[in-house]
Write a protein that binds this ligand. Structure first.
Ligand code: AHR
Length: 553
């Protein structure tokens, strides 16, 4: 049977082949036929999934840095050199690959020189986000004490085993400051005055920072540049950066969502000096926030947002619709890149992604743009990571915005309280994709139907991604239906399986979330999956994120 025949055969009549997870789900539905199928095509490799797709973003914004990450060396909160230990422990567990810092918009107001040298001598500066802070906000959220600077951030990354990705200030510092930041981080021990300053702080060996952003959102808070103006700045800031034998991977500030013209006009202008200019660019940043839940009623930033925890099924689907635009954005910007770079040297770096709701659900009242991630955000995040996994040749890095006490956070923390959100658990479920060979995988499932303000609307029924490493196949998928399970037959084309296990996140309540008092409302559940030769089928609970680990023979 070829692939086409297999797909055409449909699901009818396969019930006798189906082996269910040993669970209540299995017994509840083992009598029915599969309604979906997942076909993994081993002879259609898509590329290696960069571990950096599983990257993070830390901005000096409200409770992200001070309180979230930094608790201080003398704090009663368990810490390693002042950095929250429980956070480091879990980030090690999920093999956090790369962390972007210090912004975001903050980056283009930040002078890295304020954050080096003895901590008690560092200046206090007005934070970019100060004007949005409440009167009661801790002073450190309004006036940056610079306690956490380059040394502390890089130390945080090293403790986790992640690569640092630093975003340079293009709006308000000269190019020389960028060059000297590279020199401070990367010049060999004893070689420069800045290397000596680094050594005096306890870091004689170079940090060897490989990833550098040249500004952030340069079309907006990063300087309100036109793409042409920014391209000129990009060339200037990227000319003669000292490399010390290591490649520097420079990431250009890219488009907001579907602004194809930014990508096109930026590249046009950069290349005006000749095709060789392309070598300067490792990646083009893309930012996409799913924020407009108004269902077409407004494009206004505040009015369009929805609530993080109080929502109807229609809002659930609307968020997923806004999130699944990511696949088209990746494809679209990739097409534009190919107009200038047919060899595709330049990759996409989605260094800010996630949902963005209106204020009101903060775990720590007063934390600016902090929100409470629910099961909806877990499904959104699984769906987004699957999109990246399906496009490994295009997406070189992605950074979920933001790590802790912010938008689509993996963690929430306040003083001695700490909790892993459903989003954090999704990163745990998807861990084994890192570095795997992505395989083209066909998901066939009936669409789901719902009412969208009086009009019938549909959304796909089951989607995901697959990758293989050695003899281990990982399939991850989300079932976006708020109320219907999916029963999927799984076919491996070009491999056979031996054993399978399943981890998943689901909850009967689509609003479920973890709080400081109830930390286990949404946690991964594990199910053994029985297999017999040639037959494997799995039930995907409603509103779930599922990871299957399949041992191949
Ligand atoms: O993540 C919050 C903000 O969103 C970032 O600072 C900025 O880059 C984006 O607009």
């Amino acid at each position: 049977m070829n692939r086409r025949d297999f797909l055409q055969q449909g699901a009818i009549g396969v019930a006798s082949l189906i082996l269910m997870p040993k669970s209540s789900w299995a017994s509840a539905s083992s009598s029915r036929a599969a309604d979906s199928r997942i076909e993994v095509l081993f002879d259609e490799p898509l590329g290696i999934i960069s571990p950096n797709i599983y990257g993070h973003f830390v901005e000096n914004l409200s409770g992200v840095l001070y309180d979230g990450i930094w608790v201080g060396e003398k704090s009663p909160v368990p810490n390693i050199s002042g950095l929250r230990k429980s956070l480091i422990d879990h980030m090690r567990k999920i093999k956090a690959s790369v962390i972007r810092f210090p912004g975001g918009c903050f980056a283009d107001s930040y002078d890295w020189r304020d954050g080096i040298g003895p901590a008690d001598k560092r200046p206090r500066r007005t934070n970019f986000w100060a004007m949005g802070e409440s009167e009661k906000a801790p002073a450190s959220h309004r006036y940056d004490p610079n306690t956490v600077g380059t040394n502390e951030f890089v130390h945080f990354c090293k403790l986790i085993g992640a690569e640092p990705y630093l975003a340079a200030n293009v709006r308000s510092l000269p190019a020389s400051a960028f060059q000297q930041w590279v020199e401070y981080c990367n010049s060999p021990a004893g070689s420069t005055t800045l290397a000596d300053v680094r050594a005096a702080a306890g870091y004689p060996e170079p940090f060897r920072v490989k990833y550098w952003g040249v500004g952030n959102e340069s079309w907006g808070c990063g300087g309100e540049f036109t793409p042409q103006e920014y391209a000129v700045e990009f060339r200037r800031y990227s000319t003669w950066l000292p490399t010390y034998g290591d490649n520097l991977n420079l990431i250009a500030s890219g488009p907001n969502t579907g602004e194809w013209s930014w990508t096109r006009e930026f590249l046009e202008e950069v290349l005006r000096k000749g095709p060789g200019e392309l070598r300067r660019i490792y990646g083009m940043a893309l930012h996409h926030y799913a924020w407009n839940l108004s269902r077409g009623k407004t494009q206004e930033w505040e009015a369009g947002k929805g609530d993080a925890t109080k929502f109807e099924p229609v809002d659930w689907y609307e968020l997923l619709r806004e999130g699944e635009r990511m696949e088209g954005l990746v494809d679209g910007h990739w097409q534009v890149l190919s107009e200038f770079d047919p060899q595709h040297r330049v990759k996409l770096v989605v260094d800010e992604w996630g949902p963005w709701y209106r204020p009101g659900s903060e775990a720590t009242p007063g934390d600016q743009i902090e929100q409470m991630p629910t099961m909806r955000d877990a499904v959104f995040s699984g769906m987004t990571l699957d999109i990246f996994n399906r496009n490994p040749e295009k997406v070189a890095m992605a950074n979920c915005a933001q790590l802790i006490n912010c938008l689509n956070s993996l963690y929430l923390a306040h003083e001695d309280k700490f909790v892993i959100t459903p989003v954090g658990h999704v990163f745990e479920l998807y861990l084994s994709h890192q570095g795997g060979q992505a395989l083209r995988t066909v998901f066939s499932s009936p669409n789901l139907h719902y009412d969208r303000d009086g009009s019938p609307a549909t959304f796909w029924g089951l989607r995901g991604s697959a990758s293989v490493r050695d003899k281990n196949l990982t399939i991850t998928a989300v079932n976006p239906s708020t109320n219907e399970p999916r029963l999927a037959e799984i076919a491996l084309r070009g491999a056979t399986f031996k054993e399978a296990s399943m981890k998943f996140l689901s909850n009967a309540d689509i609003h479920a979330h973890n709080t400081f008092d109830q930390r286990d409302a949404v946690i991964p559940q594990t199910k053994p999956v029985s297999v017999s030769p040639g037959a494997l089928a799995v039930e995907f609970p409603p509103a779930s994120v599922v990871a299957l680990n399949i041992q191949l023979t």
